[in-house]
Design a protein around this ligand. Structure first.
Ligand code: ZN
Length: 251
């Protein structure tokens, strides 16, 4: 069956609102092909960023009057998944929960969307984002890949994973999305343990705190084992490459 993008966008927007009702700013999910500066980019299936609402505003018909959380996504890349409707819907919701987890975890609302910015910031950010998005992952040098993996590791840290797991649990519970696994919503990140392990250490927190605003969840500590797992991952990742290469080969 052909994908109905407006329906998917509408449904995901509704789900995000239902899962995080205390977030004050509206969400708009926008096809990347509508935004000239991102057309043809090779890097992302979807992304969000604090200035993205200002970048997409001129190209969307239903932009809210004030600031909002914008998530852009690449239709062509999703079409390449080639999966059945049910799986596509679950992966789509997981993708949007992933991006929204970035917006919540980075405190878009308290730290960014309320702040006035110097003139030229939007143009500067649009150029920077487009430059990043247009990097071809296949063409990266070893050094660029290493820097990219570092950035990916730190932007998908324990704080991010915690919010993403809460959102996925709420989407499943409130919105009957079907199973959204930890791997679907958190994605795998080089050097970080598998999201299933984080979910196991987070335990029943997503169920127990299903009615709590994210601000309250983020202001409290997660289970100790959850934080310790990330600390271990971080320590392992920061062992310099040269040093780990000196380890005797067990075979
Ligand atoms: Zn991400």
């Amino acid at each position: 069956m052909a994908i109905s993008w407006p329906l998917l966008e509408e449904e995901a927007t509704r789900i995000l609102k239902r899962c995080a009702p205390c977030q004050a700013f509206p969400v708009r999910i926008v096809a990347m092909e509508l935004i000239p500066v991102f057309r043809g980019q090779r890097m992302f299936i979807a992304f969000t960023q604090t200035q993205l609402d200002r970048i997409v505003r001129p190209y969307i018909a239903d932009a809210p009057p004030g600031r909002f959380v914008a998530i852009v996504y690449d239709r062509a890349k999703i079409e390449e998944w080639g999966i059945d409707d049910d799986a596509l819907r679950r992966h789509w919701v997981a993708l949007q929960c992933h991006e929204y987890a970035h917006a919540i975890e980075l405190r878009f609302e308290t730290d960014y969307l309320r702040r006035e910015l110097p003139a030229g910031t939007v143009e500067h950010d649009a150029t920077g984002l487009a430059a990043g998005a247009n990097v071809d992952p296949q063409q990266m040098t070893a050094k660029e890949r290493e820097e990219w993996e570092d950035l990916s590791f730190h932007s998908h840290d324990d704080r991010f994973v915690r919010v993403a797991l809460h959102l996925a649990h709420r989407a499943e519970t409130f919105c009957k999305t079907g199973r959204i696994t930890p791997g679907m919503v958190c994605s795998t990140t080089p050097g970080r343990s598998h999201p299933d392990r984080y979910a196991a250490e987070l335990g029943d927190e997503p169920a127990r705190r299903i009615a709590d605003p994210f601000a309250a969840i983020m202001a409290s500590d997660p289970p100790t084992a959850f934080s310790e797992l990330f600390e271990r991952d971080k320590k392992r990742r920061e062992i310099p490459l040269a040093q780990s290469e000196k380890q005797p080969c067990p075979n």
